[in-house]
Design a protein around this ligand. Structure first.
Ligand code: AMP
Length: 622
């Protein structure tokens, strides 16, 4: 954890009426301690009314704080930025400092990791680095982590909890069943601690403060969260969640994938877990001594609860675990997790487990910075938007326009979009798509995030964003261009046929552009639960092939310069093996996102080794 204690300066921004009430923002952080939900909401309602001016102020704070850092000096060293007002500084900054990507910061971050203590990206030394999940980009990235990072995490959680509490109030002092996992941490050559951003947060003071602030306490002790073995942690999360079942107010994880994997495990483990509840003992599966000790200190024999749980589980087994959550956690008010973007495919299964219990989509952020909060918790995941919190970072937006497919399909462009000049938050337009660019308190300046968002509207003066997809194209053979979202839509259509047949369900999927043979073609891998006849799977394959709407793909399929889509069915458990493989290579379950397209050899080897059947599409045959 960061050693440095930042001092709170006098508020430069307060609640908007000139009288800070303790929820004021200082250096992009809020003093949320001791604030009531109403005060937190009042603070955000006011801040969001003047998003544009707040942003200028935030940029000014970032630059003035870090004016001596090598990167800032390189671009702004000849200007007396300390004396400039925030508008002049914003104009100077956006005209002089280039738009960059993570690769531009890598040499600086590497020097920091190697122990260079000069101010390179920030004035204050960086003592901790976060590892981005790397499951979307294929490669993990180091991102500076400071106390500010943990504080903004506390702030967004407090803010989101305040909005949730208005719609779904919870009992004070209740428990949260949290499927959260720390990754292992390690030290760099220069002695900096490296781990995922969530790992640093779970170990921080702010994680404890959040529980006190929101008056809800996680069921599992730190030894379970940070055990380092996700299977053992999942078992204990489930056991403790059931031990406290009557007290659980809501169920949560960072990304919803973790909840689904936990309940899939529960379907296998429930007998053993009930035995532990009965006898107050702990399965021999739990080998980590600290985890064993911590859990055994909490649980005690409860035969009445165990029999009740066993009866419920026997009934649930007969109905394919439909409604598992409200049956086992009768006082849970909702499920709260990131369910948008690449998590959307898991929502069907979650609805099955939740049987009508509200699903509240959690907030939008990245290892680099938190971005937006869900202020409409009652919206279903398909409709949720994220209101930018203008105090977290300085946000810019690169307008993105789709190519005119009819005219441009002949050009081989490695991107699906044409870009316009970046604009500040105050100038974005509803209905327009943008790539987000971040300038952060942790030393990134005009750095592309790689996410495509759409402005869905405004909350006061601040944009509400729809998450669209990662910007990088994932499937392309020649002139075709398909993003993660395009693939997701196609898979959704194909799997509708499975759903209608009511015999099998899609567990997970990924894809691969097979270009080593001419003509190249797409391969989509499906793991399914249940039995589906070959002719049904062939129909799913053809449906998916015909559902790619990208003009380049359609033309290429018609001219046979892209071959028929291949659907490869893999055996049960394949995606668990993929998860294990990523975890073995340093990923953390809390931030894991199944890569929707892969050229990763390890992952392809698993997929190939687990292939059961292959089908080729008959679309475009005539
Ligand atoms: P990481 O690389 O682990 O820092 O993950 C950050 C990425 O996860 C973001 O850049 C997004 O692509 C994705 N992400 C984070 N929050 C959300 C959300 N609420 N909805 C959809 N995608 C998200």
């Amino acid at each position: 954890m960061p050693q440095r204690q930042e001092t709170l300066m006098e508020p430069t921004m307060n609640n908007g009426n000139g009288h800070g009430h303790g929820c004021a923002i200082v250096n992009g952080r809020s003093r949320t301690n001791n604030c009531t939900s109403d005060e937190v909401i009042e603070w955000f309602e006011q801040v969001s009314q003047k998003g544009g001016s707040v942003q200028k102020e935030i940029l000014s704070q970032i630059l003035k704080q870090n004016h001596g850092a090598e990167y800032v000096k390189k671009w702004l060293g000849y200007h007396n930025i300390q004396e400039m007002d925030s508008s002049a500084l914003e104009s100077l900054f956006t005209s002089v400092v280039p738009i960059s990507s993570h690769a531009d910061f890598e040499p600086f971050i590497q020097r920091i990791a190697d122990g260079d203590t000069n101010p390179l990206l920030t004035q204050q030394p960086i003592t901790t680095l976060s590892l981005s999940s790397g499951t979307t980009e294929g490669r993990q990235k180091f991102v500076p982590f400071t106390r500010h990072s943990a504080q903004t995490t506390l702030q967004i959680f407090t803010l989101a909890a305040a909005y949730r509490s208005r719609v779904y109030p919870i009992r004070e002092g209740g428990k949260i069943l949290e499927f959260i996992y720390s990754s292992n941490t390690f030290k760099t050559k220069g002695g900096l601690t490296v781990g995922t951003a969530t790992t640093h947060y779970y170990a921080s003071e702010e994680f404890k403060i959040k529980q006190e602030q929101t008056k809800s306490f996680t069921c599992s002790p730190a030894e379970v969260i940070s055990g380092g073995d996700y299977k053992q942690s999942t078992y204990c999360h489930l056991l403790l969640g059931l031990f406290f079942s009557d007290q659980v107010e809501f169920i949560t994880s960072a990304f919803v994938y973790s909840i689904i994997q936990a309940f899939r495990s529960f379907q296998e483990l429930w007998c053993e877990i009930c035995n532990d509840v009965r006898s107050g003992s702990l399965s021999s599966r739990i080998k980590l001594p600290k985890m064993r000790k911590a859990v055994l200190e909490i649980i005690s024999p409860n035969p009445i609860l165990a029999s009740k749980l066993e009866n419920i589980c026997k009934e649930l087994e007969l109905v394919d675990w439909f409604g598992l959550i409200p049956k086992l956690w009768p006082n849970a008010k909702y499920v709260y997790s990131i369910m948008t973007g690449s998590m959307l495919p898991y929502v069907t299964k979650l609805r099955h487990y939740a049987n009508g219990l509200p699903l509240v989509s959690a907030d939008y952020g990245s290892t680099e910075s938190w971005i937006g909060v869900n202020v409409d918790p009652s919206l279903p995941p398909e409709k949720v938007t994220f209101t930018v919190v203008p105090t977290f970072s300085y946000f810019e937006f690169i307008p993105l326009y789709r190519h005119n497919k009819q005219e441009d399909y002949r050009s081989i462009i490695a991107d699906d979009f044409i870009e316009d000049k970046p604009i500040p938050l105050s100038q974005v337009k509803a209905g327009q798509e943008y790539e987000i660019v971040l300038t952060t308190f942790t030393g990134l300046y005009r750095c592309r995030l790689g996410d495509v968002v759409e402005v869905a509207g405004f909350h006061n003066g601040t944009p509400k964003l729809n998450f669209v997809c990662r910007r990088k194209l994932i499937l392309t053979v020649n002139i075709d261009k398909n993003t993660e979202k395009d693939l997701q839509l196609v898979v959704e259509k194909g799997s509708q046929l499975l759903k209608r047949a009511k015999k099998a369900e899609l567990v997970d999927f990924t894809s691969y552009a097979h270009v080593s043979n001419e003509p190249g073609h797409y391969v989509i891998f499906w793991e399914i639960d249940g039995y589906a006849e070959d002719n049904l799977l062939e129909a799913c394959c053809t449906e998916m092939d015909a559902s790619f709407a990208d003009h380049g793909y359609v033309v290429s399929r018609k001219t046979k310069s892209i071959g028929p889509l291949e659907l490869c069915i893999v055996e049960r458990g394949t995606f668990k093996k993929i998860l294990d493989n990523f975890i073995a290579n340093g990923a953390a379950l809390s931030q894991f996102k199944t890569p929707r397209c892969t050229s990763n050899h390890g992952m392809l080897n698993i997929l190939r080794a687990c292939a059961l059947k292959k089908f080729r599409s008959t679309a475009y045959n005539t």
